[in-house]
Each structure stands twice: as structure tokens, then as C-alpha cells.
Design a protein around this ligand. Structure first.
Ligand SMILES: Nc1ncnc2c1ncn2[C@@H]1O[C@H](COP(=O)(O)OP(=O)(O)OP(=O)(O)O)[C@@H](O)[C@H]1O
Length: 242
């Protein structure tokens, strides 16, 4: 579903954020991309959605070769993805439901069908009873769940998230990860860039470890403890692990 062949990303500053990265992610996988700050996690996920372009190497997403992709084909590529990125702000002056309706309006979905799908997406993230609320009145975890509802409403094949549990307490982070897991269970490929390793042993995802722009399969033996504790509190694991 996503293939990187010897991908290097050098920013205009000359800094090489990724070096000779090769990987294959198949449909239906649940993948954590992790590593220390500055290791290249955000760069990797941005390359997947063609938000950044590689300096060299090849990237194929769902059969589309990104190096040969014309700008006019970008919207078609992006339809594969539900993006939960920190810089993708919610519309704070519009109610919850309107936030989720927006991608459907852009896609030209008929209003009746759009409303049905938006409400179904809100239901999946546990926000159905907040459809009329303004996002400002939601907690951080609820806002993140709203961002996920907006990301999935167009039924993407791939859910790509950058630090989706940043700034959340363990309970909210657990809810967010349960939601990602439930989408994965119905076949959505989930790729999460995160510092938060505490769920790795419970969710048993595939782990891609970045170290100074080099990609490794699986966690190294020592480094993870410096990022976060490996075991979540016992009372918070049930929902995410079930
Ligand atoms: N647009 C840019 N121009 C120049 N350098 C950049 C740019 N974006 C990222 N970098 C650099 O590339 C390196 C990797 O950045 P990236 O954001 O991918 O790392 P990260 O692992 O996501 O870090 P963090 O966990 O702190 O968000 C960093 O040293 C960063 O400063």
C-alpha cells in the first residue's frame, strides 16, 4: 500500500532529515513511527501524503508513483488519507457537526448523505451528543476525537496521524488509541507518528524506529525508556487493549 525505496529528504537548509529509507506498509497494518525529537517522524509521514517531496528515491502509495504525480493529481492521492496533523486546525467558530461536514461539502457529497455520514463519524468517536457544541467548549481529548471524525468521514483507506496523543492525559490518550484501533479492525491502515510508546506492548503494532533519519524495524533495546514508560497504568489498558 505504501512503499519507500531508498528515500532521502534534504530540506533547503541542507539538513538531511531522512537518509536512504526503504519500507513497505501493507493494507490493514497498524504502524507506530517513533524516535527521539528531530529523528524525522513528521518528515516521514508528510512524505507519505506528498505534503513534502523526497530529494531522491521513490514513493508509491496505493499504486501511485509520487515522483510522477502531477499537482493536479494531488487531490486524488489525498483521498486515500485521513490526516490528523497538529497544524490542521478545527474551525472554532463552527459547531462540531459543521467541522465534520466540511470535507464532505468539498467532495460534493449530497447534503442528506453528508449529514448521515458526519453523524456516523461523530458516533464512532463518541461525540454524537456534542454535534451542536462549538469546538472551543470541548476538552483537548474531545477536540482530537473531532479531528479524527473529520479525518475519517470520507472513508479513507489510510489514517495518518502525527502525535495524536500529544498534550493529552493517559485516559484521553487511551480513548484516542482505542478509536484508531477500532478503525484498524475494520480494515483501515493506521500509521501513527508518536513519542508515546506506552501503548506499544498492548496494541502490538508494527514499530518503525527512526534514529537521526535512519529507519529501523522494531524498537532498539535501550532508547524507548527515554521517550516514555513502556507500560500504561493498569486501569487504563482495558479499553485500548480489548
Ligand atoms: N521545513 C524544514 N526545513 C528545515 N529543516 C526541517 C524542516 N522540517 C523539519 N526539519 C528538520 O528535520 C529534522 C526532522 O524533523 P521532523 O519534524 O521530521 O522530526 P520529528 O521526529 O517529527 O521531531 P519531533 O518529535 O520533535 O516533532 C529536524 O532536525 C528538523 O529541524
Amino acid at each position: 500500500m505504501i512503499t519507500f525505496a531508498n528515500v532521502t529528504k534534504r530540506y533547503p537548509t541542507g539538513f538531511e532529515a531522512l537518509r536512504d529509507v526503504s519500507l513497505d506498509i501493507t493494507a490493514g497494518e497498524f504502524v507506530f513511527v517513533t524516535g527521539h525529537s528531530g529523528a524525522g517522524k513528521t518528515t516521514l509521514v508528510k512524505l507519505m501524503a506528498a505534503i513534502e517531496r523526497p530529494t531522491s528515491g521513490g514513493i508509491i502509495v496505493n499504486g501511485q508513483n509520487l515522483s510522477a504525480l502531477r499537482p493536479s493529481a494531488l487531490p486524488f492521492l489525498r483521498r486515500n488519507f485521513g490526516l490528523v496533523f497538529q497544524d490542521q486546525k478545527l474551525l472554532f467558530d463552527r459547531p462540531v457537526l459543521a467541522n465534520v461536514l466540511l470535507p464532505l461539502e468539498i467532495a460534493g457529497t449530497p447534503p442528506k448523505e453528508a449529514r448521515k455520514r458526519a453523524l456516523a463519524a461523530l458516533d464512532k468517536v463518541g461525540l454524537l451528543d456534542r454535534e451542536k457544541a462549538l469546538p472551543i467548549t470541548l476538552s483537548g481529548g474531545e477536540q482530537q476525537r473531532l479531528a479524527i471524525a473529520r479525518a475519517v468521514v470520507n472513508r479513507p483507506a489510510i489514517l495518518l496521524a502525527d502525535e495524536p496523543t500529544a498534550n493529552l492525559d493517559a485516559t484521553s490518550a487511551g480513548q484516542i488509541l482505542s478509536i484508531f484501533k477500532s478503525f484498524n479492525q475494520v480494515g483501515v491502515t493506521v500509521i501513527l507518528a508518536t513519542h508515546d510508546l506506552q501503548w506499544v506492548d498492548k496494541l502490538a503494532p508494527r514499530v518503525l524506529w527512526l534514529e537521526k533519519g535512519k529507519l529501523h524495524e522494531g524498537l532498539p533495546e535501550q532508547a524507548p525508556a527515554q521517550l516514555a514508560p513502556l507500560s500504561p497504568p493498569a486501569n487504563l489498558t482495558e479499553e485500548a487493549a480489548s
